[in-house]
Design a protein around this ligand. Structure first.
Ligand SMILES: [Zn+2]
Length: 232
């Protein structure tokens, strides 16, 4: 995972002072951050007593439109009920094709104030939670579910990128978990959770139109393929 820089705020907690929720009617003032936004429009909340991530369980609303408007956000929540805890854009297409569990890190309040500052942190928390969850999933149980190979071969997606280590497993069948990390920052967070990284399985072929990036590796007792879009 790359070190933080001015453009890249890093994967660590970004500080309570950068976690600001504004009232729905208080729109963002132009600029990359909220320095110019109305302080009086900020929702006053009890300070959090820890920087540890909070885990929420509920319904994730997934759509093909970026939600960056408080009124639209509130309407979605009003329509779906209180079990709906957040909105996102990547899972909807996946859910239609195979059973999966959606785990997302929360990085903004889906309003006009949204920016990229918390995205890497959110990616890291989601990846860490995924790793912890997998420690509780027996490997034999996963063998009976739909295989990662089937997911990869059906994906609408070129050559595999070189891997850090040469210990490829012989067969794609050895991989039982497919981890979809759509964005490169999500892939970096997921790769950081691997206990070891493998070269591509020797029996893996991909469709010529497949430009996705795949990383193979082991996490605990699970052999995992991380799939990601080929964006830089
Ligand atoms: Zn703002």
């Amino acid at each position: 995972m790359r070190k933080k820089s001015k453009q890249n705020p890093g994967y660590a907690h970004q500080g309570f002072e950068n976690d600001r929720l504004f009232k729905a009617l208080c729109d963002h003032v132009a600029g990359l951050d909220c320095q110019g936004c109305d302080v009086d429009g900020e929702v006053q909340r009890d300070p959090r007593d820890t920087t540890n991530p909070e885990i929420h369980y509920g319904i994730i609303a997934s759509g093909n439109t970026l939600v960056e408007d408080a009124a639209m956000r509130d309407q979605i929540f009003a329509d779906l009920g209180e079990d709906c805890i957040c909105v996102e854009m990547e899972a909807a297409g996946l859910m239609n094709h195979f059973p999966c569990l959606v785990i997302r890190g929360i990085c903004d309040y889906a309003d006009s104030h949204k920016n990229d500052r918390w995205q890497r942190y959110a990616s890291a928390t989601a990846a860490a939670y995924t790793k912890e969850l997998l420690e509780y999933v027996p490997g034999v149980e996963v063998q009976e579910t739909k295989r990662a190979l089937e997911v990869l071969q059906s994906a609408p997606c070129d050559s595999l990128r070189p891997m850090a280590t040469p210990n490829a497993l012989d067969s794609p069948d050895s991989y039982t978990i497919a981890w979809i990390a759509a964005l490169p920052i999500e892939r970096a967070a997921a790769e950081a959770m691997l206990d070891e990284e493998h070269a591509a399985p020797t029996g893996f072929t991909r469709h010529q139109t497949n430009t996705n990036v795949y990383t193979s590796g082991r996490m605990g007792e699970h052999n995992i393929v991380i799939a990601s879009l080929a964006l830089s």
